[in-house]
Every structure is written in C-alpha cells, then in structure tokens.
Design a protein. Sequence first.
Length: 258
Amino acid sequence: MRVVDLDRDMSDVIPTGATRDSEYLFDRMTRATLAATLPGPGRRILDVASGFGQDSIALQELGASVVGAEPSERMIAWTRLKSGELAGEAPRWVRGWGDALPFATGSFDAAFCKGALDHFDRPALAISEMARVTRPGGRVVLTIANFESLSCRAARATDDLQEVGLGRQLRRGRRHYDVPADHFTRYDLPLMKEQAAAHLELELVEGLSLGWGLPVWTRSVGKLPPALAAGMLRALDALARSLPSLADVIVIAGRPRR
C-alpha cells in the first residue's frame, strides 16, 4: 500500500540550529546542483520535489523559465503565496509526483531533484520520468545524501566500538548515519550510479563535503576562528569532489538516454 503525507511541509527535517558544517554543506548542495543544470536565459528547467521553491526562484532570477513540481499540497500553497511577493516573474508551480510527471516528453532543457530522491517510493521510475521530460542532449541532475560516507562509516564504527566492544550504553537517538523514517531508499554511490545510468549517459559524478555530522568534527569546526573553519571546510570539500564514495552528498548529472 502506498501511504504518502500530502500535507508534508519539511518542518521535521530542516535543522533549527544549524552548525557551521551544516550551513556549508547545504549551501554547497544548492550551488552545485543549480550550477549543474547549466542555468541561463531562456532555458526551461524542471525542479522535481520543489519543496518551498527557493531553488526554482533562484534559477528564475538567473533568467531560466522554471517549473516546480511538488506533491505536497501544503508546500505548493505556501510557495504560491510567497512567490506572489516576488518583484519579477515567478516560477510556475504544478502539483505532481516525481514518478508520474505531468509533462510532455522533451519539455525541458534540464530537470533536477535536490535532496529528495530517497524520499520517493519509486526512485528509479522518477529518474526515468525526469529523463523522459528532458529533451535529447539536455541534462538531468540528482543530488543525494550518501549513507556510506566517510562520516557515516566513522560514526557507525565509533558507536559500535563503544556499545559492543566496550559495553557502554549510549543514549540512543537517531544518528546521522541512520536512514530517517520518511526515506524509502538508503543510497550509496554504487546504487546511485546504477539507477542513474539506466536512464542517463553520465557526465558528472561529484562528491560534496567530508565529515558532516561526525560529532567531533562538528564540535571542532564550530570552535575554530571563522576564517580557519571556512578554509578547512573548503579543503575537505575539494577532496570530496574526487572521492564521491566517501563524500557526504553526491551530485550526478547526465544526458537522457533515448
């Protein structure tokens, strides 16, 4: 049975007290994803699972013609309300499922899904749909959390050592390496590439950030002088680009297969 919360508003997943490594990662995700769509005047771009619409609006401000597709009635209503306050032309908002996009084949120059694919119960079909509605030679961009990142592996090993090896009882809440209840898929690089390559000719596989969510790193970077912290975050991010299997987030982009 397919059970979906159509009033979902993401209030349970957006961090209320952002740390430096969180702020860096979320900003980097946005910049990398939007850049990978190759935005510019006249380009038609589809934002799949557009949420509150901030990415659609950013691309619209760069001159693209953007459509945001989102199944949550609450988020669509909020987005339409806020976009009415924009000075320039707003994106077009459409209520629709990622795995059954209500658009004709080849309608867009690019389609992207940032940080939402693991929420879909049929992600492979959603990728197929994004490829279908993107024109030949266009681009599909997927940005997904990596649950086999260096940070996830290290945190898991540390907790296992304390609990199993040393017999310590940890105060147990959800760790960042635990897949949230509203995720249907636990992604790592091989699974991402397998699903994407079935529908896309891959052009880009890039890692973003290293160490996010690892408690010792989060605390340490929070105590450093701002300039030094920023430099270390950039250095680890540069390393992550060539080590996507260990990165906190992975960006995959490619041309639709026909």
